[in-house]
Ligand binder design. Structure first.
Ligand SMILES: Cc1cc2nc3c(=O)[nH]c(=O)nc-3n(C[C@H](O)[C@H](O)[C@H](O)COP(=O)(O)OP(=O)(O)OC[C@H]3O[C@@H](n4cnc5c(N)ncnc54)[C@H](O)[C@@H]3O)c2cc1C
Length: 447
C-alpha cells in the first residue's frame, strides 16, 4: 500500500516479495474507519463494499450467554466509513496488489527475497542484495530508502541490527475460516464467548464467510488442535457441518506482543509486523501497519521531492510508536480478560462486567489513541487527533474530502477570493446516509 501511495505521487518504487503467490493462511478480518479511508486514498474506495461488510454489534458473552460487554460500530465513523469493517484478507490483498500494478512507476517483484543490505548513509542510499527465490541467484538493487515491511521475522530488521522487545504474552489459538454455501445471518455479527472451558471468538470473515477462533487449553498440544477433523468437532455446538459450509483454511497461531526498539536507522525504516506485533483481540495489527504506511507515504514524498529535509523521517517513529504501544497494551488487556480459564476468576469477571451492561444499550467502540509526539501542534486541544473526512462542495459539484474532488476543492478554496463561492464540509456517509445526525457528530463525545 505504501508503494501505491508513493506511486500515485510519481515516485519509483520496487516491491520485493519472497512468495510467488499471495499468502493463504488466515490473518486479519477487521479494519476500522480510518483504514477504509487510507484504502480510499489508494483508489480502492469503490471496491471496499465487495470485500467487506460493516459490523454493527460486537458482544462479549459468558458461558451462559449473558452479555458482559456490547459495543456497536457506527455506520458512519469520523472517516466517513463504518467504524468496524469485516473483510476477507486475500481479496483485500489482491486489490492492494492490483492498485500497485496500476502505478506505472511501481514494480512488484514476487519470488524475490532480500538477502543483504548495505546502507551507504546520508543521501547515498541503500544497496540491496536480492535472491530470486530463496537461495537462488543473487542480484543487486539500489534505493534511496528501504522500508522493511517483511513481517514478524523481518530480515531487514535483522540486517540493520534492530532489537525487539518481547512483552511475554503468549496464547495459542486455532483459527478456522468457513465459506457458507447459502447466505446466513448471524446475530450478533461478532461475539466473544468468554467461556473458561474454551474461550472462543466467532466473527464475520467478510461477506459470506465466518471465522471461529478456539483457544488452546493447557492440556492440548498444538498438533492436536491444528487438525481439520478437530476443527469440525469444535464447530459441532454451532450445528455447522460440511453440508453448510466449506472449511477454507485453518491454522494455529501463537499470539504475541512485541515491538522493535527502533523503526528508523539511517536510510532504512520498518513498518507493519516488522515493527510491532500484537494479539488480534482488538483487530488492530494490520490496521497499525497500514497507519505506518500512510504516515510514511507523505513524509517520504516530501523528502524525496526535496520539499523537506530527511530529518522529517525522525518524526515517523515518534508519531507511531506511542500510538502502537498503547494499542498493544489495549490488545493485551483484552486478551487477559478473554483468555481466563480459571472458573472462579471467570465468575468474578462475569459478575463485574455484567453489572456494567446497560440493558440493550450499545456503547461506542473504544477510541484509539491519537498522535502524542512528533509533528503535532502543541497547545491545540485537538492536536494529534484524526481529522474527520468531510463532504466537500464547490461550484463544480461535491465529493469526498480525501478524494480527487475534495483535494481540488480544498486547493481552490484556499485561493478563492473571500465570499467568491460557498463551501461546506459535512461528514461523508459512504453507505448509510441516514445515520448521520447534523449537529450531533457521533464522535463528538470522543473528541
Ligand atoms: C489470526 C490472526 C488474526 C488477525 N486479525 C486481525 C484483524 O482482524 N485486524 C487487524 O488489523 N490485524 C489482524 N491480525 C494481524 C495482521 O494479520 C498482521 O498484523 C498483518 O498481516 C501484518 O502485515 P505485514 O505486511 O506487516 O506482515 P506480513 O503479513 O507478515 O507480510 C510480510 C511479507 O514479507 C515477506 N517477506 C518476509 N521476509 C522477506 C524477505 N527477506 N524478502 C522478501 N520478502 C519477505 C513475507 O513473505 C510476507 O509476505 C491478525 C493476525 C492473525 C494471525
Amino acid at each position: 500500500m505504501l508503494a501505491t501511495l508513493l506511486g500515485r505521487q510519481g515516485h519509483r518504487v520496487l516491491v520485493v516479495e519472497r512468495h510467488r503467490e499471495p499468502y493463504q493462511l488466515p490473518h486479519a478480518v477487521h479494519f476500522d474507519h480510518e483504514i477504509a479511508r487510507i484504502l480510499q486514498a489508494c483508489g480502492l474506495g469503490d471496491q471496499l463494499a465487495t470485500i467487506s461488510e460493516a459490523c454493527d454489534t460486537y458482544e462479549w458473552r459468558n458461558a451462559a450467554g449473558q452479555v458482559l460487554l456490547r459495543f456497536g460500530g457506527r455506520p458512519v465513523g469520523p472517516s466517513g466509513w463504518p467504524d468496524m469493517n469485516m473483510f476477507w484478507q486475500p481479496a483485500l490483498e489482491a486489490l492492494i496488489e492490483e492498485a500497485a500494478h496500476a502505478q506505472p512507476s511501481v514494480e512488484v517483484r514476487r519470488g524475490t527475497s532480500v538477502a543483504g543490505l548495505d546502507d551507504h548513509g546520508d543521501e547515498a542510499g541503500v544497496s540491496l542484495t536480492l535472491a530470486a527465490d530463496l537461495g537462488g541467484a543473487e542480484h543487486q538493487a539500489y534505493a534511496r530508502y528501504v522500508v522493511g515491511c517483511d513481517g514478524a521475522n523481518s530480515t531487514v530488521r535483522d540486517l540493520v541490527g534492530i532489537s525487539v522487545t518481547d512483552l511475554g504474552f503468549f496464547y495459542d489459538w486455532l483459527i478456522v475460516d468457513l465459506a457458507f454455501h447459502e447466505p446466513r445471518e448471524f446475530v450478533p455479527m461478532n461475539v466473544q464467548i468468554c467461556d473458561p472451558v474454551r474461550p472462543t471468538t466467532v466473527v464475520s470473515g467478510g461477506p459470506g464467510r465466518r471465522r471461529w477462533e478456539f483457544m488452546r487449553l493447557p492440556h492440548e498440544t498444538v498438533a492436536e488442535l491444528d487438525d481439520r477433523d478437530r476443527a469440525w468437532k469444535l464447530l459441532e455446538p454451532w450445528a455447522i457441518t460440511p453440508a453448510d459450509a466449506t472449511l477454507e483454511r485453518h491454522a494455529v497461531y501463537r499470539f504475541q506482543a512485541r515491538w522493535a526498539e527502533h523503526w528508523h536507522a539511517g536510510n532504512v525504516l520498518l513498518a507493519g509486523d516488522a515493527a510491532h506485533q500484537m494479539p488480534p483481540f482488538a483487530g488492530q495489527g494490520m490496521c497499525s501497519g497500514l497507519r505506518d504506511a500512510a504516515n510514511l507515504a507523505w513524509k517520504l514524498d516530501l523528502v524525496l521531492t526535496g520539499t523537506s529535509s530527511p530529518d522529517l523521517l525522525d518524526a515517523y517513529e515518534v508519531e507511531r510508536t506511542d500510538n502502537v504501544r498503547a494499542v498493544i497494551d489495549f490488545s493485551m488487556e483484552l486478551g487477559r480478560v478473554i483468555c481466563i480459564t480459571d472458573p472462579a476468576e471467570a465468575a468474578e469477571r462475569d459478575t463485574l462486567m455484567a453489572g456494567g451492561v446497560d440493558g440493550d444499550a450499545v456503547a461506542a467502540p473504544p477510541p484509539l489513541p491519537g498522535v502524542t509526539g512528533g509533528l503535532v501542534h502543541d497547545g491545540d486541544p485537538l492536536h494529534g487527533l484524526l481529522f474527520a473526512q468531510g463532504r466537500v462542495t464547490d461550484p463544480d459539484g461535491d465529493g469526498d474530502g480525501d478524494g480527487d474532488h475534495g483535494r481540488r476543492s480544498c486547493s481552490t478554496t484556499w485561493r478563492a477570493p473571500a465570499g467568491g463561492w460557498s463551501r461546506s464540509i459535512r461528514p461523508s456517509p459512504r453507505r448509510s446516509p441516514t445515520s448521520w445526525r447534523p449537529g450531533s457528530p457521533p464522535w463528538a463525545a470522543r473528541w
